[in-house]
Design a protein around this ligand. Sequence first.
Ligand SMILES: [Zn+2]
Ligand SMILES: [Zn+2]
Length: 342
Amino acid sequence: MSSADLPQTDPQQRWKGSWQDAKTRLLSNTQRTALHVVPRTARVSKLDADLLDDELTEMLREPVTHALSLVQPGMMDSWKLEIDTAIKAILFWLSVGSHRRATYGQTLQNLTYKVQGRNFHQRLHMFGILSIGGGYLWTRLLRHLSLRGWADAPAGSMRARLWALVDRLERLFKIVTLVNFLAFISTGQYKTVVERLLGLGLVYARPQMSHSVSFEFLNRQMVWHAFTEFVMFALPLVNPARARAWMVRNVRAALHLPAASVDPAVAALPEHICAICFTQTDEAQQQGSAEDANHIINPYVTECGHMYCYVCIRTKIMAEGDECCCLRCGSQVKQVCQHVEQ
Ligand SMILES: [Zn+2]
Ligand SMILES: [Zn+2]
């Protein structure tokens, strides 16, 4: 195509026309995609960051507790709140307070507080003071008032009115927190009330990094957790003796073996000796005068006509699940009846 074929218009005008055309199309495309793509940070990252921070506090509390227990036993119980607050304050000062602008948990989740508007650093410091210091003071105040018995003050008194006010404030704060959390769930911005008040939003520190969270490890952890919990729940329900007897019975039936092998020593025992008592006493005793000691107490007769102590045979039947093997002949015993002397 030669230059002669092109329409004879001013090239500058032509470029402008094309640009205007492309601009309107670009704008409409941007608006259309803006409805579908939410360029916000993932809520789950923010919640995970909180969990990680809590874990860190927990990990640091342990050595402090250990160290303080050496100074004065029981000191940790009375100063737990102060120590927790101190750990949180130090962590905040070292992380958000420094150039990092994010807690350690948030750094791990690739999050940082968005730098925007004036007084950003003052707002960050205010955030720390309100969320850590404010939380501490409020909890201390509530504890102090309830220890002083303000909750039980006589109705109409100054204390009772102040307590009612504190109680109402607490409830109001909880409702506001709930509303804020619901708003967070729907919009993904401002996880806490303090963040919303100060306009501190979280953004990705490195936007080019992958935002998708890999749930592979979490899923595996959850499966194992659920599995071990199920095992812990199910284990006490399983009777090992019954399960073993059931298995032996089924295996023997499948292999067409006799129901149980009979120990000739047991089978040859005199009739007045309980075979169960005999097998339960150890060998040293058996060789001695144990035979005399294993006299049947409260004799009961099985379907196969062998006699045992009532307690021995009932326990064996119950332990092995509604039926058991006769130790003398190996046949199945389901019921016993009292032996009547003739
Ligand atoms: Zn017995
Ligand atoms: Zn028998």
